[in-house]
Design a protein around this ligand. Sequence first.
Ligand SMILES: [Fe+2]
Ligand SMILES: [Fe+2]
Length: 139
Amino acid sequence: MADKNLIDKMNDALALELRAINMYAHYSATVMGINRMQLAPYFSKEVSESITHADFVRRGIVKLGGVPVTERNAKAIVHTTDYQLMLNEAYETEKIAAKAYTAVMDLLKDAGDRDLFDSIEQICMMELRALEELRLLTA
Ligand SMILES: [Fe+2]
Ligand SMILES: [Fe+2]
């Protein structure tokens, strides 16, 4: 079996994606007012992206001989009607995700699986892009 630490870190990332799916789906459904026009599709896109990311990470864990987690990260999902707060929560979520994937990348450098490294690097870049976008949206 591959490095247990690597599998644990990938499971951390997977649990965060499972949380992100719930959070973005919740905000997409509950955002109200004129901002709903843009934010509902934006949050929905993040749901789809998180499902794709979760799928990659899950399959990666299986490839390494690990068991993927089925429970989401326990950090509370804040219900709010304030779209600014939703964006702040999204910003925090992407920040944690970027950090989790950076930790995975550090371990993958030595794991010798080029395919997995490239896939996770792609995901990591997407999280960083989302983070930058949210930084501007919350500015
Ligand atoms: Fe993601
Ligand atoms: Fe993300």
